[in-house]
Write a protein that binds this ligand. Sequence first.
Ligand code: T6T
Length: 329
Amino acid sequence: MKKVLSVGLLLLLAGGLLFAGGKAEPEKEELTFAYMSGILDPFMQMIEKGAQAKCDELGVKLMTAEYPKKWGAEIQVPILEAMTARGGFDFLLVVPTAQTALIAPLKKIHDKGIPMITCDTYLGDGDYSKPSEYSFPLAYIGSDNEQGGYEVGKKLCEMIGKQGKVYLNTTNPDVSSVAGRKAGFERALKEYPNVTLVGFDYNLDNQETAQKQTAAVLQAHPDLKGVFGTNLFSAQGAYRAVVAAGLTGAVKVASWDAGMDQIQALERGEIDFTLAQKPYEIGYLAVEWGYKYLTEGVEVPKVIRPGFFIITKENLNTPEAQASIYKVD
Ligand code: T6T
């Protein structure tokens, strides 16, 4: 905080001096935000879009790090380190790809004087309000994944007539977003004693793996009634496996995220519903709060949840559903 205020003071003084000289205009604060995504996908691109919109409004710069082609600390950390070595940014928006493996690399950046907000995922248990080795980010801005997973679970159980076998396909362990979705889904299932979770797989955020894993489960359980793919790649793999097995309609597909591929599958009836997050708002809010912190020293709320919207074939044409689709150019 002290550092932020003193940087602010220096900038003000510099501006004042220039102005006092009588020749130049008062210098505007030249702030730069950096964005480090989790993986190349439309969700992460929408965060950038929202962040860029707010940066444009505020007249600050956005520097976007290379998008990792695969999910994981081993790919994300070197990109982060290279960007930090180059420097030139005042604030970091970051999607940590692991709850534990990203603590030390991000702490190093924080200790260099770069404040940050974690977007979409958090470090540790996400409680940045109590002192801990991972409580240095100013805030977590992202979905209430547990609540979303719970709502998806309930909807899927109702859709299959409150009985039968279901399967969950997810990405990686130690990732707060998908872990929350799984936990919420499992909590919902507890309310349906006649629904059984036959198991779950980690696809490491790879669509082809998700498809193969789902295909194997469909073979092992020909009476399977429902599948939940916990993110874009999981859901895209899961629905393709159901289609390839000729089970469209017989096996209900619950999906998460709202990329164009998923929306088209929903229109074709290959996905039964999908939970759209609000990535644009995540990016927008992260810049808004980061800017207020840097320029006014305001305290940022530790958790900000922009919400989500469940899209079905029935509500697809409503303005709210249309606004929830991840539209990247
Ligand atoms: O579901 C999003 C994001 O919330 C999650 O943390 C990782 O996967 C996505 O980026 C979709 O691919």
